[in-house]
Design a protein around this ligand. Sequence first.
Ligand code: ZN
Ligand code: ZN
Ligand code: FE
Length: 743
Amino acid sequence: MASPGSRRILRVRGTVQGVGFRPFVYRAAVDLGLRGSVWNDADGVVIDAEGSVEALDELARRIAAEPPPRAIVEALDVENARARGLGTFAIAESEAQPPVSARVSPDLAACPACREEMANPADRRFGYPFINCTDCGPRYSIARDVPYDRARTTMSAFSMCAPCEREYADPASRRFHAEPNACPSCGPRLFVAGSPAGSPLQEAVAALHRGAIVAVKGLGGFHLACDARDPAAVRRLRERKRRSDKPFAVMFPDRPGVERETHLDTGSRAALEGSRRPIVLLPRRRDSALAEDVAPRLRELGAFLPYTPLHHLLVGSFGGPLVMTSGNLSEEPIAAENREAQERLAGIADVFLLHDRDIHMRADDSVVRVLLGRERVLRRARGHVPEAIDLGFDGPDVLAVGADLKNVLCVTAGGAAILSQHIGDLESYEAVRFAGEVRENLERLFRVRPSLVAHDLHPGYHSTSIARRAGLPTLGVQHHHAHVASCLADNGRRGPVIGVAWDGTGYGTDGTVWGGEILVADLAGFERVGRIRPVPLPGGDAAVREPWRMALSHLMAAGLPAARVQNPSRATVEAMIRDSVNAVATSSAGRLFDAVASLAGLCHVTSYEGQAAMELEAVSEVEAEAYPLPVGGDGILEIDPRPLIAAVVEDLERGASAARIGGRFHASLAEALAEACARVRSRTGLGTVALSGGCFQSRRLTELTVERLGRAGFEVLLHARVPPSDAGIALGQAAVAAWKNRE
Ligand code: ZN
Ligand code: ZN
Ligand code: FE
């Protein structure tokens, strides 16, 4: 290497901490004969390097083109500096002073190299449930602060032994600066509560074989596990967890296990085996060997593969699929501390498989589905959080508090939006407290100081009062505007677009309950240009839980006999609707799903959100002719469900099956949407449609609508990184607030 005189400072931003970035730079620099150093600062990674111009160019090229597998390089700034004879290349200590937006990587699934070592009897980490390296292991869940290094993680409680220390310091090792590096003699340890001797793993496995429910402390919190093929065990878990119908996820030892139970296409396989290791929704096989109660009356199964070494050992030695559901009671947040879990889960679990590495930040499993060629996140948590979403413009630091169901927070730092993990329903005190913890943590990790809090317009939401109590200026963002804005931000757009926001419930600007909205919207604002013709919502929340009430409401709106609905409270609810008592008007699409699911005889009372629509979709046949669902109105467009309800009733009288009715219903919605959008296009000239809201968690509705809109020549924006449900609302709120207040 000639011409020693050049020196450059390279600043790398993105997901570059906790992903083996400094060792990667070190190896490249040594390979290229450069001198200098690399370190983390709170913005990312900084490299100060001296050497030939060619070598410096090549270093920049490798950083941009060949970064380590988990790194995401968002920006690389290169600056020339005066050469000063730097010494041998080294990894320097991280700078402790905290400027703006640092990045912590999401937690990573155990890598193949670590799994191989764990399975090798000659390796010193044979069977060690906490093995990790720079390519894998805990990150977000253990990081207390930035810069990300061991002293600022929950691993600071363990001091490395000499062999671990040597790996950590050896640039040639896969564990060079692997912050959670550990081994059986110096690292965390596994145990069964109240059982000091013996093999904790074997004890847990034996209990599972006996049909017991085992609480397992994992990466982001506790799971409740039981044998997925044992109907009695699954039923017991449902009873104790007070969760009557909501589907359970199942962890399989390996991919062939998943393939025995589901139809696994190429895209879903990539999602299943990727380093984020989410729960993937897959179509079930008819000859399933799983207990029926795992996912009652649904066509899809949430399947995932082990992601921590502990899960590999546990599910591997059990030798079959395990129900692995969040360790909580109904919709409360997941439990994470040993003592807390033993108290909260005392009535549920028979055995507690614990370890002594603290979980700083709880995070549930993420849930995805591959739809129309792309992985789409339905619950954003472990493996995704705290990855930033680039807003594409610079705005003030904002906190967005989301909605009350499936609550998720979002903070922005400069142009980056960081969504929190799934928090839960803010009905519970536990969830409100958890939301506070998550907010503090994100603000600390990303050095965010919000100057504005964005919230839903609903005056009764807990999230709204959280926003008001923050002592900062607030901005209310209408629920369905936030849905559409979230879809825009998810796609890196600003609008204007035709926004279809279809969900169960959202507070409208006129005080009624919206949910079947067509908006013309951009990040700055919206106009409501269309809706489903409103009907009464008899009993408010009761109508959300009891689809038969919506069947009654839609029957009466269509002028059809109420007698079709059989329920002891029918007369009372009929009077509520007739006299408009406790029956606010709603344009909700979700409630129309409920009405049809109930009319079809499938589901009259629900035990979890979206149940009626999911059960209807599960039975619906694919090819079906649409019902009449006219789009009328001169000012605001109105999709009129009355002819559809009348046709459903006719079908029922003719003895049509729920499969037939469901199939026709889905087709009708897609066609009505395409027609409504075409009418909006002819008024506005807009040719792009954004689909958002909980209804677009439905595979069938989404596929059909995209197909119809595509045929009509529309460009269609769907969610991918952020859920279409209320779990994505916070991103929309944040994008609107940041955009309106940008510099
Ligand atoms: Zn590894
Ligand atoms: Zn060690
Ligand atoms: Fe919503």
